[in-house]
Design a protein around this ligand. Structure first.
Ligand code: FES
Length: 115
């Protein structure tokens, strides 16, 4: 596991999101309640991008089929629960799995991601 310089710290103000590429991974950086989070931008359900997902309390909700993941741990809070019927069908296409989250730190004016 290495620390990777991802973005200038001032490029991610409160409430902002940025997608960066680190190695072969597309990582979504977001600042929520003054905490910086880094997650794999591919939803574990069908691999669609998470960057436009809504944040509710401490969860990131996938904009596609509404699976919800804990922002701190990546744990599943809801698995493809919406819309009724279709969401359940799509939820069956892939086994429930957590969102990948990465440790972050701010150092020397930059956001760093460990991966
Ligand atoms: S792609 Fe995210 S819930 Fe289906």
């Amino acid at each position: 596991m290495n620390w990777n310089k991802a973005l200038a710290e001032n490029a991610l103000p409160e409430g902002a999101r940025q997608v960066v590429t680190i190695g072969e991974q597309t990582v979504l950086l977001l600042r929520h309640e003054n905490q910086i989070h880094a997650v794999n931008n591919k939803c574990p359900h069908l691999g669609l991008p998470l960057q436009k997902g809504k944040i509710t309390e401490d969860a990131l909700v996938c904009p596609w089929h509404k699976s919800a993941f804990d922002l701190n741990t990546g744990d599943v809070k809801a698995w493809s629960p919406w819309p009724p019927g279709l969401g359940k069908l799509l939820g069956c296409l892939k086994k429930e799995s957590a969102m990948k989250v990465y440790p972050t730190k701010v150092d020397d004016g930059a956001i760093w991601v460990q991966m």
